[in-house]
Design a protein around this ligand. Structure first.
Ligand code: CA
Length: 233
């Protein structure tokens, strides 16, 4: 998951960056409103954390311009404590959630997880696909209830695909959302990574759509609950 953190205060920004990176997110930062607007407008993020008090263009203006430009990325705004007016304006401008400053980093992480789930159409913190469960709070993946040991990169891959369950995700998109730096990116690396994750979670969990990318299907075709067609005819 690729997150943009927009915050002009270096101390707060670094605190957020460290905490999110430790939770397996790819974090990018913008420290003024214009840089933030440009990044949000041109790059593809899974969520954006946006401080409202920013130099060069205030956060509210940035948010309005993103929305006008067709950016639907989930946005969590950081507001001044007690400023109900700022919160109302922020929500009206298209924010999906808000957090008053100062905040506990754990609350920020919980709100971000909820935002990412909701934007992917899930209401629970534990996502399930067939025998595979992804616990987004603990970054834990299990198969048939048994925890599987995954590297941070393997976790990012399966977590991204499960959040986007039922949709074909291209290699390019995967690369953008699970690797931190450009130099790490290599499409062969994705194939190798997918093969490794299949080995650990089962060959059927991630399907290849040749020429298009990868998909974690909504329902596994060999699910026990699959109706037997022969019965009715
Ligand atoms: Ca600020």
């Amino acid at each position: 998951m690729r997150i943009l953190v927009v915050e002009d205060d270096d101390t707060i920004a670094r605190r957020i960056e460290r905490a999110l990176a430790a939770s397996g997110y790819i974090v990018e930062r913008a420290s003024d409103g214009e840089e933030a607007w440009f990044k949000g407008d041109t790059e593809d993020y899974d969520a954006i954390i946006l401080d409202l008090g920013l130099p060069r263009m205030d956060g509210l203006q940035v948010l309005k311009r993103w929305r006008e430009g067709g950016c639907h990325c989930p946005v969590l705004i950081l507001t001044a404590r007690g400023s109900w007016k700022e919160r109302v304006e922020g929500m009206d401008a298209g924010a999906d959630d808000y957090l008053p400053k100062p905040f506990q980093i754990e609350e920020l992480k919980a709100r971000l997880r909820a935002l990412l789930r909701r934007s992917a159409g899930h209401s629970q913190p534990v996502l399930e696909v067939g025998p595979v469960t992804v616990d987004t709070r603990q970054m834990l993946v299990s198969v048939d209830g048994i925890a599987v040991d995954l590297s941070p990169l393997e976790y990012r891959l399966i977590s991204y695909l499960v959040h986007n369950k039922g949709r074909v995700v291209s290699q390019h998109e995967l690369t953008e959302h699970i690797y931190a730096q450009d130099f790490e990116r290599d499409s062969n690396a994705i194939e190798v990574l997918v093969a490794r994750v299949r080995k650990k979670l089962g060959a059927d969990v991630i399907k290849t759509r040749r020429g298009f990318g990868y998909i974690v299907p909504e329902d596994r075709p060999d699910d026990a609950g699959e109706p037997e067609r022969a019965k009715d005819h």
